[in-house]
Write a protein that binds this ligand. Structure first.
Ligand SMILES: Cc1cc2nc3c(=O)[nH]c(=O)nc-3n(C[C@H](O)[C@H](O)[C@H](O)COP(=O)(O)O)c2cc1C
Length: 354
């Protein structure tokens, strides 16, 4: 049987080892970020998210970018990027119609946060059919039980194991990948699903995190927060500087549903919340400020533009506990190259300490 790394390499032949993925950051990971990461020998995901009204246009833009300047070793019939859907809110008929109509199919579809785990069967079957089996199914999960349930119901091609350090939304109750990943790997092995490659998400910021995640049993690693500080990410300067300024993510970020209510983005299943940088909205809420007043102040902060972000601001900066390891804005391709280089260096360093 092919190793996990060999099977990922055969499905995504333009990628390097270790396998680096940029997360489908909703409304932030657009065509520029997704194609830059894939061009740099990773797998970039578009963040289609919950609102698919511009999904077709974003996907066509990726096709245009890649037709003008193709990525060597791409497979015929596929676009060498993935697409991420937030399943509780995204329209499955729209997703299927775009994928069916497209001559070239996305290399992977990343499914996340269904209302109920069983909904993913319809997503997985629908996308496999719409893409004539060309689009591989990835599912992001945050507990051992969910990993087992999902592999039994829709046997994904890849499971992304999301730990509690992750930026943005995830399960309110989960552990960090340091224990979650090996426990998932063991449970999947016991259940006869040891052939499914695992990708680690949550807190990986550099080559050290990559080496650690691989030692835990991951074949690939996914970074979300790290790619927020790229020129390709569709975020304002204020957001980006808030990520760069934040240090010591265990205390400067928290998981909360507050930011969803202030931003007017309800709908997340009850067991989910989002990790973001703490700011005056959060502290005022902790001190007992009512939601109406907090929302009013939030909306005023929005009018101030870039100044509304950061620990002295009120606007939402979804980001993970790894924020303290990000020090500058850097092109996505440079991040992928740096992380690949560092992983090899740190692995040698680690070996010498064993
Ligand atoms: C700003 C932001 C937006 C995100 N949006 C999505 C999303 O739309 N869909 C999704 O599956 N995950 C989303 N995530 C979570 C990522 O998939 C991933 O689990 C996480 O970024 C990994 O942890 P890290 O942020 O520490 O790298 C988001 C994360 C961030 C930081």
């Amino acid at each position: 049987m092919a190793s996990h790394a060999e099977s990922l390499k055969s499905q995504y032949p333009w990628t390097s080892k270790p396998f680096i993925v940029s997360a489908p950051l909703r409304a932030i990971a657009g065509p520029a970020l997704a194609t830059s990461v894939s061009r740099a020998s990773g797998l970039g995901f578009l963040g289609a998210g919950t609102d698919l009204s511009n999904f077709e246009q974003m996907f066509s833009e990726c096709i245009n970018i890649l037709q003008k300047s193709p990525i060597p070793n791409s497979l015929p019939g596929i676009v060498p990027i993935g697409v991420g859907f937030i399943c509780w809110g995204a329209s499955l008929p729209v997703a299927l119609s775009v994928i069916t109509k497209a001559n070239l199919k996305p290399a992977a579809a990343w499914l996340f946060a269904p209302k109920e785990a069983k909904d993913l069967m319809e997503w997985a079957q629908g996308i496999r059919k719409a893409s004539n089996g060309k689009t591989r199914i990835w599912v992001q999960v945050g507990t051992v039980a969910m990993a087992i349930e999902i592999v039994r119901s829709c046997e994904p091609d890849v499971l992304v194991i999301q730990g509690s350090d992750a930026g943005g939304h995830g399960l309110a109750k989960s552990s960090s990948i340091i224990s979650l990943l090996p426990e998932c790997a063991d449970a999947l092995q016991r259940e006869g699903f040891g052939h499914i490659p695992l990708v680690a998400a949550g807190g990986v910021m550099d080559g050290r995190g990559v080496v650690a995640a691989i030692a835990l049993g991951a074949t690939g690693i996914c970074m979300g927060t790290r790619f927020l500080s790229t020129p390709e990410a569709v975020v304002s300067k204020g957001y980006q500087y808030a990520v760069i300024r934040a240090k010591d993510g265990g205390v400067s970020t928290a998981r909360t549903r507050l930011y969803d209510s202030l931003r007017g983005t309800p709908g997340w299943p009850e067991d989910y919340n989002g990790r973001g940088v703490l700011n005056h909205s959060f502290w005022d809420h902790e001190k007992g400020m009512g939601e109406k007043e907090n929302t009013r102040l939030y909306e005023k902060a929005v009018e101030t533009g870039d100044a509304g972000w950061g620990d002295q601001g009120r606007m939402t900066t979804y980001a993970g506990t790894g924020v303290g390891l990000i020090h500058k804005v850097q092109p996505a391709a440079e991040i992928v190259a740096e992380v690949l280089r560092e992983a090899k260096k740190y692995l040698t360093g680690a070996q010498s300490r064993l």
